[in-house]
Write a new protein. Structure first.
Ligand code: G6P
Length: 500
């Protein structure tokens, strides 16, 4: 592989396909879930290159390489597996990544389990990834490392004397110093990130938090510049720090949502749930997504606004995720208890069921049909790097006749602030009021808001995101990177309550 120049080498914890062995000994692959894979799949399909990551199974899996080659050939790019031992899965993936960094970076410090053994394995696994990248990477390739599992790959590559250009993108939020400084390994993590040539964040707020943490922890690092990309000088070496809001393949979603098959499925949903507006929440099972509070807000709207009873149903899709971690199992039980309570209190025998609850992964067709059928998107994470569901929902709303209720703590709020109904997801009555407002919003306002959101997402799609990241990595002059116009700095996001 070495020698083919100018390839894009994507490195992430998870490969875009997870593999498992089925009863007859053959391998079965399935597309992985979550925002990272959703965003990067169209990029690699478009550009080709290589994707390096964990295939979702333990080391020593016979015949997996052949299967990877076959799947990669079909996909149009090479796949390279980094197998993990069961102990690595436990300490690096479930432990350090998902019991420390994930909750801490989402401001949920009380859920963190700062076990020192997790840190040691995290470092070892980052080294393991770096060795694989080093072996695969040729001069001229661009290595693009993704997300919180792999913050230490660049420093390990530098230790191996790799001269590769290496970028890093964090898909989740970066916390404020108040939160970050609680991490026992804060200095090691910040120093590791500064070994990349470019570190990208989703929003201006995340980038600002990172720069503040750098300043708190390392007095001799200089950060300068304005605009979208800043320059830092670390022991005489220059690196860059920017904000690049991730997006979706807008045109693909729009085209697929417009097919007659999707239209028929969406119509069928309205036939099954007739004479009402459909609200839609779609989330991976995760405590950051705010599902229990959303359900409480839905209950509150039915209690306080009886005119909406039998006129509205919430479709809540929960996609299974991280089921081996205790907090996720408890969350599932909590969601199911709340759904049962709401349906038990309001159901009309033989007729209206307030919450239509789905707990499984969706086929592409079902996903598009839910998006297209829904009159109101209800996306209320407590904290979220971007939230691509919000953008997918807009892309699929081809009639433009629907409303989006969006948490002000989702990264997408910086782009959609003026046209979505922004809510504080912790404010149960505020979210209920927004549902009521969206229900009664007149068609003219609904359409104008949706049209503007769709235009903004179309102009700044996932290909724009990749180009702006890669250009920032190689550009000579950073003045060519003013802050994108659609990014609303968080201090001017309107936090005033909705007037009903
Ligand atoms: C989020 C993270 C991704 C992760 C995905 C699914 O979108 O940013 O890095 O892959 O969740 O989570 P999982 O733990 O199943 O990979």
């Amino acid at each position: 592989m070495k020698g083919k120049s100018e390839r894009l080498i994507v490195v992430s914890n998870r490969l875009p396909f997870s593999f498992r062995r089925v009863a007859d000994g053959r391998w079965k692959s399935e597309q992985s879930g979550g925002g990272l894979v959703t965003a990067l799949l169209p990029v690699l399909r478009h550009r080709g290159g290589m994707w390096i990551g964990w295939p979702g199974v333990a080391e020593g899996s016979d015949g997996l390489d052949r299967e990877l080659a076959a799947v990669g050939e079909g996909a149009g790019y090479a796949l390279k597996a980094v197998p993990l031992t069961p102990e690595e899965v436990r300490n690096f993936y479930e432990g350090f990544s998902n019991e420390i960094i994930w909750p801490l970076f989402h401001d949920m410090q009380l859920l963190c389990n700062f076990d020192p053994a997790y840190w040691r394995t995290y470092r070892d696994v980052n080294r393991k990834f770096a060795r694989v990248v080093h072996a695969e990477c040729g001069a001229g390739d661009f290595v693009w490392v993704h997300d919180y599992h792999l913050m230490g790959v660049a420093s390990e590559l530098r230790r191996l004397k790799s001269g590769a250009r290496i970028g890093f993108f964090l898909h989740i939020p970066f916390p404020s110093p108040d939160m970050f400084l609680k991490l026992p390994w804060r200095l090691e993590i910040i120093e590791s990130l500064l070994h990349y040539d470019l570190v990208g964040f989703q929003t201006l707020r995340d980038r600002r938090n990172f720069v503040q943490c750098v300043r708190e922890l390392l007095r001799d690092v200089e950060v300068e510049g304005r605009g979208q990309v800043l320059q830092a000088t670390v022991s005489g070496r220059k690196m860059r720090i920017g904000n690049f809001p991730i997006s979706i393949d807008f045109n693909a979603f729009m085209r697929q949502a417009a097919t007659s098959e999707v239209a028929a499925h969406a119509k069928e949903l309205h036939r099954l749930l007739p004479n009402r507006k459909l609200l839609l929440g779609i989330d991976r099972l995760d405590y950051t997504k705010g599902i229990p509070l959303r359900l409480q807000a839905f209950q509150n709207v039915l209690e306080r606004y009886p005119d909406l009873r039998e006129r509205i149903s919430l479709i809540q899709v929960v996609v299974p995720s991280r089921e081996d971690i205790g907090d996720y199992q408890e969350l599932k039980t909590e969601i199911e208890r709340l759904v049962g309570r709401i349906n038990g209190s309001f159901v009309r025998p033989g007729g209206w069921v307030p919450v239509w609850y789905v707990y499984r992964s969706l086929s592409r067709l079902d996903l598009l049909a839910y998006y297209r059928a829904a009159d109101i998107g209800l996306i209320t994470p407590l904290k979220d790097g971007m939230n691509l569901v919000a953008k997918e929902y807009c892309a699929c709303s081809i009639e433009e006749d629907c409303a989006l209720i969006l948490s002000e703590f989702a990264g997408a709020a910086a782009q959609l602030a003026n046209n979505a109904l922004l809510v504080n997801p912790f404010d149960i009555e505020g979210v209920a009021d927004a549902i009521h407002r969206a229900y009664h919003m007149d068609a003219g306002e609904r359409q104008a808001r949706m049209r503007r959101m769709r235009r903004s997402i179309r102009e700044n799609d996932v290909f724009w995101w990749v180009d702006s990241f890669l250009r920032a990595a190689i550009a000579r002059d950073l003045k060519a990177f003013p802050q994108p116009e659609h990014v609303v700095p968080d201090e001017i996001i309107d936090h005033t309550p909705l007037v009903l």
